[in-house]
Every structure is written in C-alpha cells, then in structure tokens.
Write a new protein. Structure first.
Length: 576
C-alpha cells in the first residue's frame, strides 16, 4: 500500500497541535498560573503561528526530514537520477518487483514526480550531480545509481561526482550506470572509468538505450530464417541457420537514426562472425534522407561492414512519391522477401511507412517490425487478435521504451552478461568434448543453472553462477595488470586477432589460478588427490607451479577467452 501524502500528515499535526494547546491553556489551573490575559495571548499566538509563514518554514523542514528519514537506515538501495518517460517505466517495473528506488529530479514541475509519490517513493528535488543531493540520497551506502537522462554530459557529471564522493573501500562496490550515446564522450569517460575500476569502491557501467533495444529486438525478431536442412556434405554456417544454397537474406531499415544504425551494426557483426570464412553477404537497404552520409560513416567506423553486407543506400523522404509507389522494391535482391525494421521516432510516420511497404510487397514471409512508443491503442489494434484476420498480420509494433525498461535487465549490468557468456562458453567447450547433460549436469541454460541443486553430488547451481560473476568482475583487474584498456568494438576481428604476449599470459595465468584457489578455499574446499564435489575436495588446490600442464592450460584458456567475452558486451581490448 502506498504511504500517505506527508504534507497531509504534517497539516493534520499542526492543526492538532494548535487545538490541543488551546484546550490546554484553557484549563482553570493553567489560566490561574499564567493569568487570563496571558493565556488568551498564548492561545491566539499559537493559532496564528499554525497559519503563519514561520509555520510554513517549519512545515517544509519537518516534511523534508520525515520524508528522508528512511534513508538513515537504507543500505544497498537504488538511486535514479532524472525522470523521463523511459525511467518512469523503469521505476514502475522496479516497484512491481519489490525494488523501491530513491528519485533525484532537478525539475520540481516534472510530471513524473507525482506518480513516484503515489508509489510511496522518496523523491528529492535538486541537481542529481550536486554532492549535497547525492549525500542526502545516501549514495555512499547505495548499491546502484542510475543516471539515464537525455543529456550525456549530465550523466557523466553524476558518475564523476560519485567517483569523488565514494572513496572508502567497500564490497560490493557502488555500481554507477549512466546512459552514454555520444561516442566521443563515451570514449573519454570509458577510459576514466576503466582506470578507476580495478578494486575501486565505484564501478561505472554504460547504458545505451538504442544498443540495448537493438539487442533485445533482434533476439525477438531476428531477420535470418531458422535452421534449414543442410546436405551432409556441406557445413551450415553457425548461428544464422542459413543454408549455403539459399539466397542471402535481405533487410530494410527505415530511419537510420540511433536505433536504426544500432540494428544495422549488430546485424552486420553477427553475420560477419558466422560468414567471414565463406565470404557470403546479405543485403542491407537503408532508407533515410541522410542515407548516403550515414552509410559512409558506418563503413568508415566499421571497416568489415562492406565485407559483410551489400548496402543499398536510398536517400528518400518517407512522404515522397518514390517511397509511396515502392519502385525500389522491384530490386532483384528484395523480391524474394525481406525483414523491415521501421525505426522512426514519429509513430504516425512509422506506421505509414510500414503500411506503405506492406502494400507494395507481394513476397511471402516478409515481416515489418515498426517502432511505436506512444500510440498504445493503435499498436494494440495491430498486434491484437483482429490482425490475424486481415492483411496487416505481419506488422509487429514495438515500444522501444518498454523493451528497455526492465529494471532487472539494467541492474544486472555488464558483469551479468559476461557471467552468462562465461557459462555459455564453458557449455560449448564441454559439448565439443562429447559431454552431455547426463555426463555433466552443469550443461544447462544460465537460468536453469540458478535453480540447479544436486546436494548428493555437491552441486549448487547458484554457487557456480556466483563464481562466474566473480570471474567476470576480475577481468578488469587482469586487463589493468596487462596494461590494456577497453573501448567500443569497431574491429570485428579483434576477438580473434588480439593476443596476450607470453609474458602477460605467464603473469595472468598465475593470477587466475590464485583467484580461483582463494575462492575455493573461502567456500570450504580443500586439497584432495581425487575430486569429490560432495566432500569439497579438489586436486588443483595447490600452487600454480605444481599443477599438471593440462591444468595450467585451463588457466591460460580462461585468459585467452577475455577478448571474445568482452565482445558480448560490445567491447574490444586495446593496448595502451
């Protein structure tokens, strides 16, 4: 149940205080003690004070203290800096899942403040980057702070202020997640944050609504068809399920803004990883008034893009006659069908573009995924049961804000994605050795691992998840010791071509083994000549120099996998 409005509580308190004092001062014994004239004076004075500006000042002071009093006892809480449509959806999702964030908002007239008060949340009005406001929000005891405003510079200022305020060693560190869209500013803050990350009390992570939206959207509506049957003498490319004999898929992106370019680069990179050996390319059509300039920029930023896809650049206005007639759809590369992503930030224009493409397309299997962030009723009509009865059943509306508003997804952060990747890599390698779920019970999905329990065999899935998380966190320490940094991935070959030197590998493999051994010992494990999970015995709990060569190679593999793991969160390893 939402807490009552504190202003009403204080108003009632002041009125009750004035009434109670008036009754008290009217008692004969009190009147006699202070005198009739004085008692009347006090009664009038208290009543006047209750309605005066002084009482108003006292009211504001007391209200502020009472509202923020719970912060004296909060630890590990979430702070959200800045309210907009996206963060308001995020707040609702968090509250739905039992997380009650503290809100800092600079604009006292922000319309979303009222909805946060209704939810019973603590709201503080003032600049989010102001050290006074952050201290009032108990940032030094918080678990997460999110600054996902529309201005990158403001978000960066929040992160830098947190780095200055939270100096005392703590574990786990404060995770500061900031939205960063500008690539130049991102690079500067990324380097600063990385330098301060290793063992620091503040861990800065980066959020890009459009990159996350592209990731989730493509996971939900991938443009490449499901796995097709492949003759035994041919080898199917990984991931995409595209048969070597099938025509390359075609993709149309309408609106090459932040979301559109994020979809284009993620698609191209995914295809490149699967097809860089066979050299196959898919067709990517970009429709935007600035299509030529945007295409040139993408090719310059990502050199492998031209090797990955054949880009058709169409500098068209959606309202133009050429787009309306759809003559460009007669291209031989599009007549067999395509997947269209309409990424315009105008819902009406986006729906018009989707319906226009749909009207001019005859190929079966064509799908239209259209961004619609605001017109919920129209989106519901399109995606509802009625759509199954008419010709627009292949149009799928997507709300970018809702797609990226899951609080759990954002709070999980980069380390969680890395931990998942570590587990998936482990499963892939074990299956390549011929293991199955019958021979290795850990070969399950990440979510299944969290609920896996085999007490008889000493297997507790959550412990393995925590171990993967610690390994993911330790990646930054390893990179810092190797004199390396990270940055946005622009060289799609980097995960395969980056190599640690022999000296770096020798130093880091020892570090990894010591980390693993310390973790095991802290968990109650000890040395035993034969591994026994139930008794927590392991033959590798010995100094690194005493390990067998195959066991040393496991530690080396853990180090070699770092560039590939970082590519899962769109980073690459760079040398300083």
């Amino acid at each position: 149940m939402a807490s009552p409005d504190i202003s009403l509580v204080i108003d009632a308190f002041l009125a009750l205080f004035a009434s109670a004092f008036a009754v008290f001062i009217s008692y004969p014994a009190i009147k006699e003690a202070v005198g009739t004239a004085n008692s009347d004076f006090f009664r009038v004075a208290v009543s006047a004070f209750a309605g005066s500006s002084s009482a108003g000042i006292l009211y504001l002071y007391v209200r502020d203290k009472i509202r923020t009093m719970p912060l004296l006892f909060r630890r590990g809480h979430v702070i959200i800096c800045g309210l907009n449509h996206h963060t308001s959806l995020m707040v609702k999702d968090m509250v739905k899942n039992g997380v009650y964030p503290v809100i800092i908002e600079a604009d006292p007239k922000n319309p979303y403040l009222e909805s946060c008060s209704v939810l019973g949340l603590i709201t503080l009005v003032g600049p989010p980057s102001d050290p006074v406001m952050l201290k009032k929000a108990a940032v030094t005891r918080a678990g997460h702070i999110l600054s996902l405003g529309d201005v990158d510079e403001d978000n960066a200022e929040v992160a830098l202020t947190c780095l200055a305020l939270v100096q005392k060693d703590r574990y786990p560190p404060l995770t500061c997640t900031i939205q960063m869209i500008n690539p130049m500013l991102y690079g500067i803050i990324r380097r600063h944050a990385f330098a301060a990350r290793t063992g620091a009390p503040v861990r800065v992570e980066f959020f890009n609504q459009y990159a996350l939206g592209a990731r989730v959207l493509l996971d939900t509506w991938p443009p490449f068809p499901p796995a097709l049957p492949v003759p035994p003498e041919k080898e199917a490319p990984e991931h995409t399920g595209i048969s070597p004999d099938s025509p390359p898929p075609a993709v149309i992106i309408v609106g090459a803004g932040m979301l559109g370019t994020s979809i284009a680069t993620r698609l191209a990179r995914t295809w490149y990883q699967a097809h860089k050996q066979d050299g196959r390319r898919f067709t990517l059509t970009l429709i935007d008034t600035e299509a030529d300039r945007i295409t040139s920029g993408l090719v310059h930023q990502y050199p492998q893009m031209e090797k990955t896809c054949e880009i058709i650049s169409l500098p068209l206005d959606i309202r133009s006659a050429e787009f309306k007639t759809g003559t460009f759809l007669a291209d031989a590369r599009l007549v067999h069908g395509y997947t269209a992503y309409i990424c315009l930030d105008d819902d009406s224009l986006g729906l018009y573009a989707a319906l226009t493409l749909h009207h001019n397309t005859t190929a079966e299997g064509t799908r239209f995924i259209v961004r619609m962030d605001h017109n919920a009723s129209v989106a519901k009509l399109i995606s509802g049961e009625q759509a199954a009865l008419d010709s627009i059943r292949t149009i799928f509306p997507v709300n970018l804000f809702e797609l990226t508003a899951a609080g759990s997804l954002i709070l999980a952060g980069e380390e969680e994605i890395l931990a998942r990747a570590i587990h998936e890599n482990y499963c892939s390698r074990e299956r390549a050795k011929g293991h199955t779920r019958e021979t290795n019970r850990l070969l399950v999905s990440w979510d299944e691992l969290g609920t896996l329990t085999h007490k008889k065999d000493g297997i507790e899935g959550k412990e393995y998840q925590d171990s993967n998380r610690r390994q993911a966190t330790f990646i930054w320490t390893k990179l810092a010791l190797a004199g390396c940094s990270v940055g946005p991935i622009t060289d799609w070959d980097a995960p395969d071509t980056f190599r640690f030197t022999e000296g770096e590998l020798s130093k880091l493999e020892r570090l990894e083994h010591d980390r693993w051994m310390d973790e095991k010992i802290a968990g109650g494990w000890r040395y035993g000549p034969v591994r026994n999970d139930a008794k927590k015995l392991h033959p590798s709990i010995i100094p690194f120099d005493e390990l067998s060569e195959p066991e040393k190679e496991k530690d080396r593999d853990t180090i070699r996998q770092i560039p590939e793991l970082l590519s899962y969160i769109d980073f690459q390893v760079n040398r300083e």
